[in-house]
Design a protein around this ligand. Structure first.
Ligand code: GDP
Ligand code: CA
Length: 317
């Protein structure tokens, strides 16, 4: 059984723990995660891939479970030194252990390896049980258009999200480099070879939609043989964790399970979904889209594995 998952960072990582637990009961299963890289950024000369790292550390059991990102047992001595030098940005925390990951990645990229190879090399150490692929090997970074002094200005997604806590009113999201971006090595193959494609309950705008915007990916899902089942990241009109509610209105999408379903669209109507899981009590009516309501709180890998089993049932697999 080949399962391919579209995923963002922290929500995607939790979901993948459940997919891995589900697949543990199946002989010869393979899981591939296509991970958002729109959050990627270069700071202090280091190339940082927050979503890939959240997934890698979580699946490795090395994540700080309280923060939800970064390494367990992290220390911040290098960051303290950078702050003492007044080296900007000081609002983006980089832990000492985490910096080692960014150093290895940055060196390999500088030596000419594509991000997909670099990611595979980093994962060698961690034995994640899931093949991690960046959505693209090219730089394709999300920027947020904000109003300023009567005009408008685009800032990197991380500056908007981390520095301003998504508090600056956003006018638009743009992906710099999108036009020339191609799916990373292995991405189209993982979609074409899948028995089941799952869309994680990740941020629908800056994780999932970012992946879907990479030229070729949505088309591959639509023309691929595998059923595509999504899980709603919005429960009862609110994101369970985080600030996803700051993103959907920017696209004119209602913060609801129905709004997100409409954003992804039913395959039968030109979108990508063949089925949609919503939390108990949420209702979605979209022509041509089978919907299943169940508990969607990812409280443990086992609870999440049960969601995956229901998604597989909805897909008829
Ligand atoms: P990020 O890249 O670290 O922001 O993480 P993701 O994009 O992968 O996921 C963040 C989203 O996951 C949040 O916006 C929530 O809507 C969603 N989420 C988090 N926990 C849960 C959960 O337990 N159940 C569901 N259904 N969604 C969740
Ligand atoms: Ca992210």
């Amino acid at each position: 059984v080949r399962i391919t998952v579209l995923a963002g960072g922290v929500g995607g990582a939790r979901f993948l723990q459940g997919v891995r637990a589900f697949a543990a009961g199946l002989a010869g299963s393979e899981i591939t995660a296509i991970v958002n890289t729109g959050d990627d950024v270069t700071m202090h000369g280091l190339r940082i891939c927050p979503d890939l790292d959240s997934v890698m550390y979580t699946l490795a059991g090395a994540v700080d479970t309280e923060r939800g990102w970064g390494r367990e047992g992290e220390t911040w001595r290098i960051m303290d030194e950078l702050v003492s030098y007044g080296a900007e940005p000081t609002w983006f925390a980089l832990g000492d252990l985490d910096i080692a990951t960014h150093l290895v990645r940055t060196q390999m990229l500088a030596a000419g390896y594509p991000l997909s190879d670099v990611t595979a090399a980093l994962c060698q150490r961690w034995q994640t049980g899931v093949r991690l692929l960046p959505m693209t090997d090219e730089r394709c970074e999300t920027h947020v258009v904000v109003a300023e002094d009567g005009g408008r200005r685009a800032i990197h997604f991380q500056e908007w999200w981390v520095r301003h806590r998504a508090g600056l009113p956003a006018l638009d999201f743009v992906q710099i480099g999108l036009d020339s971006a191609r799916p990373a090595a292995g991405v189209l193959e993982a979609i074409a070879a899948a028995d089941l494609v799952l869309i994680a309950p990740s941020n629908p705008v800056v994780s999932i939609n970012t992946i879907l915007q990479v030229p070729g990916i949505a088309g591959a899902l639509r023309s691929g043989p595998a059923p595509v089942i999504g899980l709603s990241p919005i429960i009862g009109g609110a994101p369970v964790r985080g600030m996803a509610d700051a993103c959907l209105p920017v696209l004119g999408v209602e913060t609801s399970a129905a709004g997100v379903a409409g954003l992804y669209g039913a395959r039968s109507a030109g979108g990508v979904l063949d089925g949609w899981l919503v939390h108990t009590g949420d209702t979605v009516q979209l022509p041509g889209l089978p919907v299943l309501a169940r508990d969607l709180l990812m409280t443990s890998p086992e609870a999440t594995a049960a969601m995956v089993a229901d998604a597989a049932r909805l897909a008829g697999r």
